[in-house]
Each structure stands twice: as C-alpha cells, then as structure tokens.
Design a protein around this ligand. Sequence first.
Ligand SMILES: Cc1cc2nc3c(=O)[nH]c(=O)nc-3n(C[C@H](O)[C@H](O)[C@H](O)COP(=O)(O)OP(=O)(O)OC[C@H]3O[C@@H](n4cnc5c(N)ncnc54)[C@H](O)[C@@H]3O)c2cc1C
Length: 419
Amino acid sequence: MAGSPQKNVVVIGASVAGHTFVNALADKLPADHRILLVERNGFTVHLPAVVRALVVPGWESKNLTAEVTQASIFKSGSRHRVLSPNSVVELKKNSLVLEKPFEGSTEVSFVKAIIATGASQPLPMRPTPGSTLEGFKADLVRIQNDIKAAKSIAIIGGGTVGTEVAGEISELYPNKHVTIVHSDNGLLQPSGIASTAKEVYSPPPTDRKLSVALEKSLKQRAVNVVLNDRVVFPKGPVQGSEWDGTSGLQHGVRRLALQSGKSVEADYVFVSIGNTPNSGLVKAVDPTALTNNNYIKVDAFFRVQAAAGSPLSGQYYAIGDVAAVAGWKTAVAAAAEGPALAAVIDAEIKGKKPKAYSAPATGGAMVVSLGTKEGSGYLPLPLFGNVTAPGFIIGMKTKDFFAGKSFFPRFQGSQKITA
Ligand SMILES: Cc1cc2nc3c(=O)[nH]c(=O)nc-3n(C[C@H](O)[C@H](O)[C@H](O)COP(=O)(O)OP(=O)(O)OC[C@H]3O[C@@H](n4cnc5c(N)ncnc54)[C@H](O)[C@@H]3O)c2cc1C
C-alpha cells in the first residue's frame, strides 16, 4: 500500500460530480489531508455538447473536451494529486485498488472515498473507457460523415438526447427524413409512469408543456415523431432488408419493426436509450448497496447504504449519475451534489454536524436545444411553478451548451482551459 503520511480523500471520476466536489473541498481540507482524483480517461467531455459534435463538422474540437491533468485541475504546488489516466478496479474496506501503481503501489488507503463514476453508454454519448482524446474526436468525425451520407435516420428514444440530436440533424440537413420513436406519450418523460416502482430509482416527470412545444417545433421541420411505441430489437438473425439491431450507418435502407406492428424505414439508426449507472465496482463487493436498477443507495449525506459488515459500510459516498439521489440525472444536478458533499465531508473531518442535502429548485430546470437557433425549456420558480425559459437562456444553451459558464470555469488549475 502507498506509504504517504497524508490522509487520502479519493475521488473516482473527474467529470461534473467528481470535479465540482474537488473544487469545493480542495482549499478547505486540513494540511494532513489530500485529494487523489482518479480518472480512467486522460480527458473529460462536456457531454451536453455531444449532440451537436456528432452531427456538425468541426464541433468535435469545440466547447467539448479538456485534458484531465495535475495542471488543469490543481494550482501549482498543490499537495492534491490527479491520477489520470488510471482506473479504480476494486473497492475494499478503507482502501481501493488502482489499475496502475501510484507512489509504488496499486493499493491506496483512504479516510473518505467518493464514487462519481457516472453512467455507462455506448459511443458517441460517452467515450469508450480507456479511449484517447484523439480517438474520441475521430469517432465523432466518423459519425458526422455517416450521418451526412444517410438519407433517412431513425432515432430510438425521444428523451433529451434523442430530441436534441433530431434538432441538430433537421437544422443542418433539412432534406433528410428523420423519425423519432419514443415509448412515452410525449417527448422527454411527461408521464412519470416509472416513478411508482419500489427499490428503483426513477426520474421525476418532465413538464408536458415542454414536450408539446418540442414536438410542435420538430413537426414544423417535418420530423416524424412516433409516440407510445417501441422499436423491437431482433433476438436472432434477420432476413432481407430487416434491421439487424446495429446502430449507425446501415448497408442500405432497413425496416425497423415497432411493437404496434407498424414499421419505420431508415439507412441510419441512432440508439438513444440504455443509459445505465456505472456501478459495477459496488456490485462486485456488495450488490445490496444498489437499487433494483443498479443505482447506488445513499442517505441524505450521500453515504453509501451498505449492509453491516460490508466493505462499503463506513467511509464510501456516491454522487452524480451513479447515485440514487432523487431528481434528474443531469449535469445541473451533479454540479449541485458535488459542492454539497464537499460541505458534508468538510464538516465530518472537522468534527462538526453535516447538513442533510435537499436538491435546489434550480435542479428542476430543463432546457432543450433544437440546433443552433431554436429550443424550449422551463425554470421552476418558488410560488409560480414552472415558467417558460426566457430567450437568453435558450440562446446560452444553443450557443455552446453552457460550456463557457459551467465547463471551462471548472478547470481551476495553473493551466487555463478555454474553448
Ligand atoms: C449526450 C448527452 C447530453 C447531455 N445533455 C445534458 C444537458 O444538456 N444538460 C444537463 O444538465 N445534463 C446533460 N446530460 C447529462 C450529464 O452529462 C450527466 O448527468 C453528467 O455528466 C453526470 O456527471 P457525473 O460526473 O455523475 O458522471 P459522468 O459524466 O458519466 O462521469 C463519470 C466519470 O467517471 C470516470 N470513471 C468511471 N469509472 C471509473 C473508474 N473505475 N475509475 C476512474 N474513473 C472512472 C469516467 O471516465 C467519467 O469521466 C447529457 C448527457 C449526455 C450523454
């Protein structure tokens, strides 16, 4: 085990949740404590901008990515350390195991460990684990070229990502035929049907007025919106022009069967479903610490709820997309949870009473872009309820997906990161 006299606060994952936690805690820790920030990729991605980067040439290099290094995260002379690229591969009681050694050992002891490992999704929504920045950009360019070559595009899933991708494609390529197939009765998730299930994290419903506005805008661009239906994923070999379940550019026009018995034809398929919490590290040591849909159970102080005697009972915490904190799994929510957990850890280390977390009202804001000029959204206001997002907020989202406001300023190290 690494033999430093420093007490380690280990953070697993350097995206929104992990990074905002680090920024809020770094200057508050006592001198005998240090942060070790572990990130498996050598870079991080401003995920909201991916919907444009996978469609619009040039956007793979804009407002999107930053290298995760000691200099980009911490000021020079800092005792805190960035371990990137490196991965946490095992969780133990009071220590964890790294893929590559740090200070001569792959096992690192800690006084607090923060799990901020986010969600798992295939390319292009999230970079493949262990990929390089250049490799990720090359993947985006390949997808841009494939979409350019396609004539008819089927988008499976009309959540925010599927809807925004439809917005980008229909703006840049107005003559391509775009269809969204979505299981809910409006775009996004207005019905909130999933929220009745037990021991399952489920997001709150979205405001139906937003679903209606988005559907109207997309229909004006001749996007075909199919609701209350699902694409059937084939279980075995297929014949002729039937779709074989693969995403991306097809070898000719394929027929996608729907549950209703109808079908959609497309020569490009974009799969925008299947976002799952990246909680395998927890599952491997204590599956009882997970909800039935694999989110990490936490209390109001983000402490992992593990069985007595479990290696995870004690000093493990979870935030962001991987944690079963109530509310949506968004960058906005993760950016609120990071500083809130930092306040909990700061209080605990200093022997004070930490404050229970309740999500701020701003976490219920939803802004959806439809290309560079259009979008819709709402902001939750106390007493007033949801009000339509003003034009300047929509403009900030469509311009750079709030990267100038929330992504680049997150990098507070000696090396400045800009667009
Ligand atoms: C295409 C797309 C568009 C989106 N648009 C919006 C939007 O407009 N607005 C909004 O608010 N939200 C949006 N979101 C959601 C938002 O991006 C996520 O909610 C947010 O990124 C969650 O942050 P996180 O830190 O919890 O997890 P992630 O961003 O998933 O980051 C987890 C990090 O942990 C690292 N990691 C994982 N396992 C290990 C390990 N074992 N060891 C070391 N490191 C590890 C990963 O490499 C990654 O960097 C979008 C998401 C996508 C995919």
